[in-house]
Design a protein. Sequence first.
Length: 287
Amino acid sequence: MSINTRHLLPVCSLLLMIPALADAQEEQSSVTRGEYIYHLGGCASCHTNGKEGGAPLAGGLEMETPFGTFYTPNITPDPQYGIGNWSEDDFIRAMTEGVSPEGEHYYPAFPYTSYTKMSQQDLLDLKTFLDLQAPVAKPSKEHDLPFPLNQRFVLGVWKWLNFESGSFQINQHRNDRWNRGAYIVNGPGHCVECHTPRNIMGGLDTDAGMTGNDNGPEGEAVPGLQSSNHSEFSKWEIEDITFSLETGMKPDGDFLGGSMGHVIDNTTSKMTPADLEAIAEYLKSLN
Ligand code: HEC
Ligand code: HEC
């Protein structure tokens, strides 16, 4: 049998293309995973100014807190006004250490206090997704905070007292589903940020994890999500929890509202059934 080189050539170039194709596929799945992480993280709840019809992720949402008024920054890939120039390391450091590329501390109104638990892979996928969003050339607005809180170095002390960086640690005594739920609630989903009470400095009172917060965002009361305290919630079954997170409807037919409404729209309604069940299993285990 004679080998015709004319036919071999296309075969060779096809073989050469396979690694490139695999790269493109990997890139695509990183984007898809990143988009899901973006929903888990609820980035749009704060960085898109839905109230005033702002462009996605261009910031400007006003956040009233007992410590002053924050305006969320622009996190689109705009190189000047957004985070388009950031390296992977810059992004990971901001999300897990609460430190900017210039080395300044971030305020915990940015829930890096939970995002610090996110895995490296989730953060890299999230960045891949964010890098592909539309850049918006709009400057971020200065926060409106009283002295001395407007001095970022003060945050060094706050972090020393109230913040521990470090990724999520698997609990070997629990199954994968429970661990997945614990990861979402305490990490990307940052459910603890509203459902856990805060100390006088605004730090999370982790000893009272998920017992509710009478003075949550915008001063609204946030219910506890423990199962031991004879609350209405303690009677919810797994299916009640997953259904209410998916649709916003409680077992009694009422709808969840306030800041939880944004969490449902931007986060839990976009979760897979498996992740909703993982959250429910984890919540049912809290005492
Ligand atoms: C609860 C509201 C809230 C949520 C949710 C939130 N952020 Fe933010 N974020 C903020 C605030 C407020 C700041 C400004 C912090 C500061 O100035 O110290 C900020 C700052 C940032 C910064 C630093 C920007 C800069 O210019 O230095 C990045 C990056 C960022 N957020 C990314 C994200 C990503 C990614 C998500 C989703 C996984 C997210 N944020 C979710 C409130 C939020
Ligand atoms: C921005 C603050 C905030 C965040 C973040 C948040 N919640 Fe909530 N959550 C609330 C508020 C406020 C309510 C009460 C809403 C109402 O009664 O209309 C609530 C209610 C709930 C309820 C119903 C409990 C009951 O007894 O009625 C569940 C379940 C719940 N949240 C789960 C979660 C989960 C899971 C997450 C994380 C993915 C989460 N929440 C993140 C503020 C928040």
